[in-house]
Design a protein around this ligand. Structure first.
Ligand SMILES: [Zn+2]
Length: 221
């Protein structure tokens, strides 16, 4: 929006996906025209929970790449103001018109948001200014102070071993909360830092308010 760069949007859910290009500087809607407010925390399932047809990610990603090439080469008709919906179960593609919202909080006539904001706070995930991620450069120092909790699947340990203090697969965490120590703050970690982020949020809401997540996961160290 502020950098005048288009956002090539793609989303997936089980057997369905969507693609569009958000670019208010080109007359098209922005992401907030379509989704003015974020969903309530915890109401959006990720692919681990809801499942997603593997080839759908390839299909949607390829369509996004095609939009990027068209915009860069200024050829063809980009998905500006159009949302393409793909249903792989029925093998149907549908197109919906999207219009700019004059009351949009970002690109509307009286925008309430005029600069980048704290998205963790905006989405209700953390209080404003809360530090949740631990930079990989501080991992060695954190070993002395934190209880290291690996939330990867058991088969991942064989591929990328790491000497944590404890191992609980991410999806088993809710039932294993009573087994975690309360004397030391917890540092969660996984392969790329997404599951550990979710785990840290869960722990913060369940008696471990100082939990951190290793930013970027083990691949970042
Ligand atoms: Zn907008």
């Amino acid at each position: 929006m502020w950098l005048k760069k288009p956002v090539i949007y793609g989303s997936l859910h089980q057997f369905e996906g969507q693609v569009s290009v958000f670019a208010p500087h080109l007359g098209a809607p922005c992401y907030r025209c379509m989704f003015p407010v974020p969903p309530a925390p915890g109401t959006v399932p990720d692919c681990n929970t809801a499942g997603v047809l593997g080839v759908l990610a390839g299909l949607i990603g390829t369509l996004q790449a095609a939009e990027a090439i068209k915009l860069l080469t200024q050829h063809g008709e980009p998905l500006l103001g159009r949302l393409l919906h793909a249903d792989t179960l029925g093998t149907r593609f549908r197109e919906f018109k999207l219009r700019r919202d004059p009351a949009c909080p970002v690109c509307g006539e009286n925008p309430a948001i005029t600069a980048p904001i704290d998205y963790q706070h905006f989405c209700g995930l953390t209080p404003p200014g809360t530090q949740l991620e631990l930079p990989p450069s501080q991992l060695e120092a954190a070993r002395a102070t934190h209880f290291l909790l690996d939330v990867r699947e058991p088969w991942e340990h064989a591929l990328l071993p790491f000497p944590a203090d404890h191992w609980i697969p991410w999806q088993d965490l809710p039932s294993q909360l009573p087994t975690l120590p309360t004397a030391r703050p917890i540092l969660t970690l996984c392969r790329v830092g997404l599951r550990s982020h979710e785990a840290a949020l869960l722990l913060r809401q369940n008696g471990h308010p100082h939990t951190l997540s290793l930013a970027g996961g083990l691949e970042a160290i």
